[in-house]
Design a protein around this ligand. Structure first.
Ligand SMILES: NC(=O)c1ccc[n+]([C@@H]2O[C@H](COP(=O)([O-])OP(=O)(O)OC[C@H]3O[C@@H](n4cnc5c(N)ncnc54)[C@H](O)[C@@H]3O)[C@@H](O)[C@H]2O)c1
Ligand SMILES: [Zn+2]
Length: 363
C-alpha cells in the first residue's frame, strides 16, 4: 500500500492506495476519530453498488457501525439537484445527523455528488472518498465537489475536503476499457504539466498500465495524486497556479460540449486538447519539440491525438471564448514550455487557434 498526505489550508488528510483495502476501513475510520457511534451513509451508483457495496458495508457493520445505503443511476446525469435532494431525503430517513459521515463509493460522479451532499447536509458533515475509476484519482484531490445545472456543468458546488481517500485499485478490474483509457489521459496530463521523468516512466510502462498491473497502477495513481496535491496545496481556491491543471481542457471541454457530451469521453477530449495546446505552443514559438512526444505518450495509452469527422469550427471557438480561463472574450490556454512544464498564456490570437483546429483534423 502507498500513502500520501494532502495538506490544505485547514487540514491534512491521507490518501491510501492499494489492493483489497476495504476490510481495513473500520480501523482507519477509528484512527480518524470516527467510531461506531457515528452513523455512516454509503452513497454509490447502480454499476458500482452491486459490485462493491457489500465489500465496504460488510466489514463496517461487522465492526458495529450503522450503515445506510443510497444509490443513484450510473452516469453524469445523476450529478443533479434532483439526486441531491433524493439523497438528503434518504439521509434524513436513515437518521443521518450532524455526527454522520458520508462514504462516496464510485467514480467522479459519485465523488462530486456525495461530496456536495456532505458539504451541504446540515451545514456540512465529513466524507470519505472511495474512488473506483482511474479518473477519480483526479477528482479525489482538491476538494471540489458539486452538481451540474441544466445550463452548465459543475455550476453548483463547494470546496469540501475529504476526511480521507481510500483508493482500492482492485476495483479497477471491472472498469470498462474505454473508461480505463480515458482515465489515463488525466494521469498523462499530470506528468506533462509537472514531471518529465514521470512522463518517461509512463511511456515505458504504458502496456502494463493498460493491463492494470496493480503495483504499477498504484504507482501511477500515487504520482498523479501527488502532482495534483502539490499544485492544489499552493493554490487551494484556484487563484492562479491551479489553472495549469486545466491543461488540454480548453479544447477538450469545447469538444465535449460540441459533441453533446456523447461522442467523446472527457479523457479523449483532454488528450486531443493537449495535442492542440502543444501545436499552439510550437506555432507561437513558445516551445519546441513538444507535439511529437505528447502524441507518442498519448498513443501509447491508445488515446486519440487527432480529430476524426466534422467539427463546427465557429462553435468550438465560441465555446473556448467562454472557457473559465478566458477574460472578456480573449482566449487563454495552458501551453507547454517543454515536457513537464506548462504555463497559462492569455491573449492567444484566434487565427492561431483556427490553424491548430485544422491541423488537428489532418492528423
Ligand atoms: N472534483 C474534481 O476535481 C473533478 C476532477 C475531474 C473530474 N471530475 C468529475 O468526475 C466526473 C467523471 O468521473 P468518472 O470518469 O469517474 O465517471 P463516472 O463516475 O460516471 O464513472 C464512469 C462509469 O464507470 C462506472 N464505474 C465506476 N467505477 C467502476 C468500476 N470499478 N467497475 C465498473 N464500473 C465502474 C460508473 O458507474 C460509470 O458508469 C465528471 O462529472 C467530472 O466533472 C471532478
Ligand atoms: Zn479533466
Amino acid at each position: 500500500m502507498r500513502t500520501l498526505k494532502v495538506s490544505t489550508g485547514e487540514q491534512t488528510y491521507p490518501i491510501l492506495i492499494g489492493r483489497d483495502l476495504y476490510a481495513r476501513l473500520p480501523e482507519w475510520l477509528r484512527s480518524r476519530g470516527i467510531g461506531p457511534d457515528r452513523p455512516l451513509m454509503l452513497v454509490t451508483d447502480t454499476h458500482v453498488g452491486p459490485l462493491y457495496g457489500e465489500k465496504v458495508a460488510g466489514p463496517l457493520r461487522a465492526a458495529g457501525y450503522r450503515v445506510g445505503e443510497a444509490s443513484v443511476p450510473a452516469g453524469e446525469s445523476s450529478k443533479s439537484l434532483e439526486q441531491l435532494s433524493r439523497l438528503v431525503e434518504e439521509g434524513l430517513r436513515f437518521g443521518l445527523d450532524r455526527q454522520g459521515v458520508v462514504l462516496a463509493l464510485g467514480g467522479g460522479v459519485v465523488g462530486d455528488l456525495a461530496g456536495f451532499l456532505a458539504a451541504s447536509y446540515m451545514r456540512g458533515i465529513p466524507f470519505v472518498q472511495l474512488p473506483t475509476t482511474l479518473l477519480a484519482h483526479d477528482s479525489s484531490v482538491g476538494g471540489k465537489v458539486g452538481v451540474n445545472h441544466p445550463l452548465g456543468k459543475n455550476v453548483i458546488g463547494a470546496f469540501h475536503q475529504p476526511l480521507m481517500v481510500v483508493f482500492d485499485v482492485s476495483t479497477l478490474r471491472t472498469l470498462p476499457r474505454r473508461e480505463v483509457v480515458s482515465g489515463y489521459a488525466e494521469v498523462v496530463k499530470h506528468a506533462l504539466i509537472a514531471d518529465a521523468s514521470f512522463a518517461d516512466w509512463l511511456l515505458r510502462n504504458s502496456e502494463r498500465l493498460l493491463r492494470l498491473e496493480p503495483s504499477l497502477v498504484e504507482e501511477a495513481i500515487w504520482n498523479g495524486c501527488r502532482i495534483k496535491a502539490e499544485v492544489v496545496s499552493q493554490d487551494e481556491r484556484e487563484a492562479g497556479l491551479r489553472a495549469i491543471l486545466n491543461y488540454g481542457h480548453t479544447i477538450g471541454h469545447a469538444l465535449e460540449a460540441a459533441s453533446g457530451y456523447a461522442g467523446l469521453t472527457h479523457g479523449e477530449g483532454v488528450a486531443i486538447g493537449m495535442v492542440g495546446a502543444a501545436m499552439l505552443a510550437e506555432a507561437l514559438g513558445t516551445a519546441r519539440d513538444v507535439v511529437e512526444p505528447t502524441k507518442r505518450l498519448l498513443q501509447a495509452f491508445h488515446l486519440p491525438v487527432h480529430l476524426a469527422g466534422e467539427w463546427p469550427e465557429e462553435k468550438l471557438l465560441e465555446l473556448m471564448r467562454r472557457d473559465k480561463k478566458a477574460r472578456g472574450g480573449v482566449y487563454a490556454f495552458v501551453l507547454p514550455e517543454r515536457i513537464g512544464s506548462v504555463r497559462l498564456v492569455r491573449g492567444i490570437p484566434e487565427e492561431a487557434i483556427r490553424r491548430v483546429l485544422r491541423r488537428l483534423k489532418s492528423g
